[in-house]
Design a protein around this ligand. Structure first.
Ligand code: BYC
Length: 311
């Protein structure tokens, strides 16, 4: 096929909602956009283990500790599925991982905020995984099939994460005045950063238009953010907690909650590397990468030895 025929075939498949597989021809810009997004998504999963791991040794009961351990292990698994999906596009895992360590690839802004009290663990499950699910359910229908398949399993696990988070928050909401205050403090710190997870507002999102044409993204950043707010405000009210937004109000005419202005300066500072925990997070991953180099070398030597034997 000529280049024009390949492009026409690809465009027809996108128009017909026929998933694109790894071996199919695809425009280079589509491939690069996917490596960027899937890579960022994978990095977010593994960096996201750190704020939660901070509370593993201080979980208030064995039950809470076992749940938290399982959740953190799930996040490592999500990272593995996503790095594998990225590799099907021809990139190398160490290369994109090192780009993240060098600040050349991003990970989700949300993980640059500290976990200061136990309620943060419930609130991360509820709000952060809750925001992630809204975005990721849409990604189960993304046009690149290996990414869509990874998302199906990830969404099942995220759904458990969201519920365990809400259940932990509910226990605190039904607890002492001190526990309720701790929960409210956590909601106050995580509410706005959770809204920022959906990315810049549509008019300031440089990648959205093309990603929507390619059906990598099925909904815009603002659509998904609105869905999250509409889902979550009633959950918050059910706990008798307050949304830290004086402008939040129910709009009967549109059937949506209207919310105040997001602090976009803060968002851009965080994604440029100037958030509260950027240095700590990347530093921890860099140390683990360097200290684990002997494991990678031993595994590669083992694989090579077996390859020689087999030949
Ligand atoms: N944080 O043109 P835009 C989880 C960047 S982890 C940082 O709208 P796009 C969990 C964006 O990359 C869930 N950067 O971009 C894990 C772009 O920069 P570059 C993580 C952000 O890609 C452990 C620039 O801003 N989920 O659930 O069309 C424990 C302009 O943005 C952010 C995913 O990664 C951000 N929040 O749309 C617990 C979902 N937002 O790359 C939980 C997959 C934007 O041009 N990703 N940027 O330098 C996506 O759906 C899309 O990439 C986004 C952004 C909606 C995030």
């Amino acid at each position: 096929m000529t280049h024009e025929q390949q492009q026409a075939y690809f465009d027809a498949n996108i128009a017909a909602d026929t998933p694109i597989e790894a071996k199919d021809w695809m425009p280079d810009a589509y491939r690069q956009t996917l490596i960027r997004q899937i890579g960022q998504h994978a990095h977010s999963e593994v960096i996201g283990m750190l704020p939660e791991a901070n509370w593993l040794t201080r979980a208030p009961s064995l039950r809470r500790k076992a749940i938290l351990l399982a959740k953190i292990q799930d996040e490592a698994g999500h990272g593995l599925y996503l790095y594998s999906a990225a590799e099907t596009l021809g990139c190398s895992r160490p290369d994109i991982y090192e780009k993240m360590l060098d600040g050349k690839m991003k990970y989700s802004s949300i993980f640059n905020y500290p976990t200061l009290n136990w309620a943060d663990i419930g609130v991360i499950g509820w709000l952060v995984d809750g925001a992630a699910i809204v975005n990721q359910v849409a990604l189960c229908r993304t046009s690149y099939a290996p990414y869509a398949r990874a998302m199906v399993k990830i969404c099942k696990e995220e759904s458990f994460h969201q519920r365990q988070g809400y259940e932990a928050a509910m226990a605190m909401a039904n607890g002492s005045a001190e526990q309720r205050a701790m929960l409210q403090d956590s909601i106050n710190r995580f509410w706005w950063p959770a809204l920022m997870m959906f990315g810049p507002t549509d008019s300031d999102s440089p990648n959205s238009a093309q990603s929507m044409v390619w059906k990598i993204k099925r909904h815009s950043n603002d659509e998904l953010r609105q869905k999250f707010v509409d889902n979550t405000v009633p959950q918050l009210e059910a706990l008798n907690m307050t949304v830290p937004d004086p402008d939040l109000k129910w709009d009967e005419a549109s059937g949506h909650y209207r919310f105040g202005t997001i602090n976009w300066d803060e968002f851009y500072q965080v994604i440029k590397g100037h958030g509260l925990c950027n240095h700590e997070r990347v530093g921890a991953k860099r140390r683990a990468w360097e200290e684990g180099s002997w494991v990678r070398e031993a595994a590669m030597a083992h694989a090579e030895k077996h390859a020689v034997k087999a030949a």
